[in-house]
Structures are given as structure tokens and as C-alpha cells.
Design a binder for this molecule. Structure first.
Ligand code: SAH
Length: 346
């Protein structure tokens, strides 16, 4: 519903304080409202019981509190939960709760659809419709935290920006959301428990390094050979591997934090010795580790998971060069909640 009122959660704490002062009220009212919005999750001005009735009515006249709504929740037999999240303008994104023995991870979306055309990813088919606002990202985290408490008796412990969209193409809002998630007057989570995953946008990776962000970085690499990578991830033509590598070296110099490479091995695409050698070279350029992720088929089989022997070759050769490698099984496949499967099917 578009009422023409301003979304009050687009204002910073200082802007809220200034707003109250401009209305002839005390600045601390701004703090009170900020806390209601971000720490206490108020959905309605009437919930803000330490404000006078008049103030609440006045806010209601001028502002809205936009909230996401979990429109549909699906639970996998492995405990994974997928949410179809409805935004205030009716668009839908998906977010996923992934439980393991010791932790609950939220996989959140940063855009509605995606502008990159990775050929193996279902989200790419949606195209990019718009960026998510900071509060829409924040709300996905809050919703999953609640589900974790309800279904797994513990709070959310980790967040990965591996849902729909390319976080670095919506960098400003992603950073603002992370500020709310980590700040004591938001959720107070440690940034060390947050991973931003990118297809690799060198310019923004350098900017993040300059800003000394505290979260972790993962890069969806999938190939360390330009001709292969450009074939499966066409934007690689504009942002080739040499540039990506240079930005990652810069990231490591500034932050001292190693990078995780996400990597799927496909039959006939990147399952040969030269693919592995190229990955080894790429890994040796910057301290890093490799996550080999299972392919989740999204169509009639243009892409196929490589044979187990090819995966073994990757693991053996990487490890022989001292590179840490893990092989990750997918979760929530029965409900299309796994990597690359988020496409608003239902
Ligand atoms: N755009 C960001 C965030 C999306 S993360 C990024 O690319 O990192 C989603 C992860 O799932 C990425 O590593 C992506 O390469 C991977 N992925 C996409 N489609 C997949 C599929 N069908 N099977 C397995 N992984 C896939």
C-alpha cells in the first residue's frame, strides 16, 4: 500500500533526533522511537507506550513503519526453513534458515531478483527488480531469529548474504543493514558471524577494504580461467579475474582476513587438471580457503554435477598445496531452498 508517507525506518538515529527537535520536542524522543523501531521491533506507533498519545498520532500521520511479512513458510525434512517474504510493495524475496548441530544460519536476500546472469543460478532468471532497503534485510534476519527460537530453541548465530541478489550491487543498503544487525541498539550480533558473498565486484571489494568492514568475505569463483568463467558468469568479461585477484589482495592487505571461495565443479566445464591448476594459482595469490559446493540442478540438465573422482582430484591437489578445502552438502533441496534455487517458484 502506498500512502505517500515516509518510511520512518529510513531515518538514522540522528535524523530522528533532529526531526523531533524541528517539531519543538526533545531530541531524546528520537532515541525512544529509534529503540522501538530497531531493538524492540515495533510494528505500530501505538506500541510506543512511552510516547504521549498525541505524539503517536502525529507520527502516524506522517510516517509508516514498513514491515516484511512471511507469506509462506516451508520446512524441509532436514530442518531447513524457507520463507517467501512479502515486501510492502507486494514483491517477494526468499530467505532460508539453515540449522546444524551447533548453530543456526540465516541466508538472506539483498535484491529482488539479480542483475548478473550466472547461467547456473535460478535467481538470474528473475532479473533484477529492485534493491532491498536496509530494513527489509534486517527484518529477514529478525524473522529467522524468531523461527530459530521457536523451532530450534536457540537464537540465530550466523548470517550469510547468499540469498537472492548480488550484495555488492546494493552495497550501501547491505552495509546499513549490517550496522543495525551488529549495533547494540539493533541485534548486537558480532560481525565475525556475518559473511557477505559476492560474485566479485572488484571496485566495491576495494571500497569495503578501505572502510575496514568487519564481516567476512566469500567470493563465488567457480573458475579461475577467464574463458570458462566468462562463459558461465558473463559479467566476468567486464570484471576479469586479474582485477578480481588484485582487489582481493588489497582486501587481505587491509583487513588481514582470508577469503572463502565458493566453487561448484561441473562435468565438462571445470573438471579438468588445468581447471584445478588455475584454482591453485589463484588461491596461492591471497590467503584463502575453498568450499566445494554441491550443484543444485535448476533445469533440464545443461549443467551437471561433476563425477566424484573430479571432486576428489580437486580436494587432493588443493590439499597437497596446503590449501584448506571443504566439501559442502546442500541443505533444503526438497523445498528448493538450496544455493542457486531461490526463484520464487511458489
Ligand atoms: N550473488 C552473490 C550471492 C548469491 S550466493 C554471489 O554470487 O556470491 C549464492 C551462491 O550459490 C553463490 O556462490 C552461487 O554461485 C551459488 N549457486 C548459484 N546457483 C547454484 C546452483 N544451481 N547450485 C549450487 N550453487 C549455486
Amino acid at each position: 500500500m502506498n500512502t505517500g508517507k515516509k518510511d520512518i525506518r529510513s531515518l538514522s538515529r540522528d535524523e530522528l533526533r533532529e526531526y523531533f527537535v524541528s517539531q519543538g520536542e526533545k531530541a531524546f524522543r528520537g532515541n525512544q522511537v529509534y529503540e522501538w523501531l530497531w531493538s524492540k521491533g515495533a510494528h505500530d506507533f501505538d506500541d510506543m507506550t512511552n510516547l504521549s498519545k498525541e505524539t503517536r498520532a502525529f507520527l502516524d500521520e506522517h510516517f509508516v513503519i514498513n514491515h516484511i511479512k512471511v507469506d509462506k513458510m516451508q520446512r524441509s525434512k532436514d530442518g531447513t526453513i524457507k520463507n517467501a517474504v512479502k515486501l510492502h510493495d507486494g514483491l517477494i524475496v526468499e530467505s532460508v534458515l539453515i540449522p546444524t548441530a551447533s548453530r543456526t544460519t540465516a541466508c538472506v536476500s539483498s535484491q529482488v531478483g539479480c542483475s548478473l546472469n550466472c547461467r547456473f543460478c535460478a535467481t538470474a532468471r528473475l532479473k533484477r527488480m529492485r534493491n532491498l532497503n536496509p530494513d527489509e534485510i534486517f527484518d529477514q534476519v529478525v524473522a529467522i531469529d524468531k523461527q530459530s527460537r521457536n523451532y530450534h530453541d536457540r537464537p540465530l548465530s550466523n548470517i550469510v548474504f547468499m540469498g537472492m541478489g548480488e550484495p555488492l550491487m546494493n552495497y550501501k543498503n547491505v552495509v546499513r543493514a549490517i550496522e543495525k544487525i551488529t549495533s547494540p541498539d539493533g541485534l548486537g550480533m558480532s560481525p565475525k558471524r556475518i559473511t557477505v558473498s559476492t560474485s566479485g565486484v572488484p571496485k566495491i571489494i576495494k571500497k569495503m577494504a578501505d572502510e575496514e568492514v568487519k564481516f567476512k568475505l566469500a567470493v563465488s569463483l567457480h573458475s579461475a580461467l577467464d574463458e570458462v568463467r566468462t562463459d558461465i558468469m558473463p559479467f566476468n568479461e567486464q570484471m576479469p579475474l586479474a582485477e578480481l585477484k588484485e582487489s582481493l589482495q588489497y582486501w587481505y592487505e587491509k583487513t588481514g582476513r582470508r577469503i572463502t571461495y565458493e566453487y561448484v565443479v561441473w562435468r565438462g566445464i571445470n573438471d579438468q587438471r588445468r581447471d584445478i591448476e588455475a584454482l591453485i594459482d589463484f588461491c596461492l595469490a591471497v590467503p584463502s580457503k575453498v568450499n566445494l559446493i554441491e550443484y543444485n540442478p535448476i533445469d533440464d540438465g545443461e549443467f551437471k554435477q561433476a563425477d566424484p573422482t573430479a571432486i576428489d582430484d580437486y580436494v587432493n591437489l588443493l590439499e597437497a598445496r596446503g590449501i584448506t578445502v571443504t566439501v559442502r552438502r546442500s541443505r533444503g533441496k526438497d523445498i528448493d531452498a538450496a544455493c542457486g534455487q531461490l526463484a520464487n517458484k511458489s
